[in-house]
Design a protein around this ligand. Structure first.
Ligand code: NAD
Length: 419
């Protein structure tokens, strides 16, 4: 039995292969990872017990370069979901135009239940178990749910000790002092803002003065809002689990960040209307909507309440496929997640390039490079989308992005002689 998540990912590839007119063999090769590793990680707990944790690393496809994808620490991870996530990384990295294949790792653990020492032992144990198949030219992990720059620092230290030299490029999203880059903190939200600006340019005549509603106020959402405000947009709504703040006059994002950091609740923002429904941000009067909190937020149940003309998916999977088709009928453009929120992985690529050459660009230059890549990626997808929909009416932007991603993979594998 294949899990529903994996089945959905495989169905997506199947649809893309049909849509792009690629040979069936492309699906065949992408439907299975190149390598799956299941590991046991022993950790001596603080109370003296020996605990054995199960972990995975799925190396899905390496046609375009070393495997790249995060490591998740979560109590409910399964191997099948890890395979699905690794497959999605292959598609995302291909679309982003960076020289990486797709991979993903996981450990079945609730990191909140571990002491800092136990967490460090687990992180180092993960690297020891996988040392032969990781490397700055082979497989380059990054943080994901439940992991962070501190964990990357322990991992890069463990790997470097085993290699007998510093190997900065084997993990990305490290603390800046350990060869990371300060742009990483806001890279996903910044990338979302760049893509939003470009979409507004094409479909609304520019970003200046456009009203933007953002669902969420976590890492992606707050930086999406912050950079859009800097680019001239008016942020009219933000939200978190405490509720939604709506102010048609515009929210001061820096002040909202300060309030959220100090009180943990966005609803304590001193101005505007307070609505005790975290989903209300989706429905306010706005030109652009950023669903930046979590998956399955825009569904057939609430799709008719959405007023925005452009939706930029900062979160992964916030719009269900049925709701997306419904929005398309009304002329709403949905910029798909694997294009919009690729700023994090593109930043990982830039950090890796810095690490390989031991030369660091600094914040401004790195941000300019990130902006350039995100802008060009949006423009490529936009062009493909407009070309495709002159021929076939019910095309959404996600279809065009999928076909572009598969096109690059197909060409690489054809030249290599795999297909
Ligand atoms: P986060 O935990 O920092 O933030 C999530 C925010 O959503 C929190 O502020 C929370 O209060 C809020 N929230 C939860 N339920 C809500 C609801 N019903 N309505 C409104 N707000 C709600 O997480 P994040 O890193 O910002 O990730 C958000 C999404 O973006 C996830 O889908 C994640 O997979 C995706 N993503 C993140 C990155 C990244 O670099 N952080 C990269 C790509 C994709």
């Amino acid at each position: 039995m294949v899990s529903e998540f994996l089945k959905n990912v495989l169905d997506t590839i199947k649809r893309g292969v049909e849509l792009g007119g690629f040979p069936e063999e492309l699906y065949k090769i992408l439907s299975k990872p190149e390598r799956i590793l299941i590991i046991k990680i022993p950790v001596r707990m603080d109370d003296g017990r020996l605990e054995i944790f199960e972990g995975y690393r799925v190396q899905h496809n390496s046609a375009l370069g070393p495997y790249k994808g995060g490591i998740r620490f979560h109590p409910e991870v399964t191997l099948e979901d890890d395979i699905a996530l690794a497959t999605l990384m292959t598609l995302k990295n291909s679309l982003a135009g960076i020289p990486y294949g797709g991979g993903k790792g996981a450990v079945r653990v609730d990191p909140k239940k571990l002491s800092p020492r136990e967490l460090e032992q687990l992180s180092r144990g993960y690297v020891r178990a996988l040392y032969p198949v990781l490397g700055d030219q082979t497989d380059i992990p990054a943080p994901d749910v439940g992991t962070n720059p501190q964990i990357m620092a322990w991992m890069v230290d463990e790997y470097s000790k085993m290699a007998g030299r510093n190997v900065p490029g084997v993990f990305t999203s490290k603390p800046p002092v350990l060869w990371g880059n300060p742009v990483r903190e806001y890279s996903t939200g910044f990338g979302c803002a760049v893509v939003t600006r470009e979409a507004a340019e094409k479909y609304l005549g520019g970003i200046e003065g456009k009203r933007v509603a953002i669902q969420g106020f976590g890492n992606v959402a707050r930086w999406h809002a912050y950079w859009l405000q800097k680019m001239g947009a008016k942020i009219v709504a933000i939200s978190d689990t405490s509720g939604t703040v709506y102010d048609p006059e515009g929210i001061n994002v820096e002040l909202a960040m300060k309030v959220k950091n100090e009180t943990r609740k966005v609803i304590n923002y001193p101005k505007g209307e307070k609505i005790h429904d975290p989903k209300a941000a989706l429905y306010v009067d706005a030109d652009i909507l950023g669903p930046d909190a979590l998956e399955n937020q825009i569904t057939m149940e609430n799709v008719n309440k959405i007023k925005a003309k452009i939706i930029v998916e900062g979160a992964n999977g916030p719009t269900t496929p049925e709701a997306e088709r419904e929005l398309a009928k009304k002329g709403v453009i949905v910029v798909p997640d694997f294009l919009a929120n690729a700023g994090g992985v593109v930043m990982s690529y830039l950090e890796w390039v810095e690490n390989l050459q031991w030369y660091f660009w600094g914040e401004e230059e790195t941000r300019a490079r990130l902006e350039n890549i995100m802008k060009n990626n949006f423009l490529r997808v936009y062009k493909k989308f407009e070309d495709m929909r002159t021929e076939k009416k019910d095309i959404v932007m996600r279809d065009a992005a999928l076909v572009l991603s598969l096109e690059r993979l197909y060409e690489a594998m054809k030249y290599r002689g795999w297909l």
